[in-house]
Design a protein. Structure first.
Length: 99
C-alpha cells in the first residue's frame, strides 16, 4: 500500500463544487477498490489537502486517473475549481493500525 498527499488551492467561489466533486471521486475510487481511505483536510479558506491510501502500487494512481474516463472527468472538474494542484508526497504505508 501507499498513500498520497495532494494540495488543492481553490478559487473560493468554487469551494462547494470542489468538495462535492472530491467526495464523489473518492467514493467512486473506494467503491471500485482502488482506494482504502480518503480524507479531505481544510487548511485555509482556499487551501485543502487530501490524503488517499491506495491499495496497490503507486502507478495505479497515475494510471487509473488517466485511463479511466469516469475518474478523468471528475478530476478535470476538480481541477477547474482550483488555481493550482500539487502532489506533495507519495509514501509507502508501513502500517495502518494504531500502536
Amino acid at each position: 500500500m501507499y498513500a498520497t498527499l495532494r494540495l488543492f488551492r481553490l478559487n473560493p467561489i468554487f469551494e462547494r463544487d470542489f468538495v462535492k466533486l472530491w467526495v464523489q471521486l473518492s467514493n467512486e475510487l473506494k467503491a471500485d477498490g482502488h482506494v482504502k481511505k480518503a480524507i479531505l483536510h481544510k487548511e485555509s479558506k482556499i487551501s485543502y489537502i487530501s490524503y488517499l491510501q491506495w491499495g496497490k502500487h503507486q502507478d495505479l494512481e497515475t494510471q487509473s486517473l488517466k485511463e479511466v474516463t469516469k475518474y478523468r472527468v471528475l478530476l478535470d472538474k476538480i481541477k477547474e475549481c482550483c488555481n493550482s494542484t500539487q502532489v506533495l508526497h507519495r509514501m509507502e504505508v508501513l502500517s495502518d493500525k494504531p500502536h
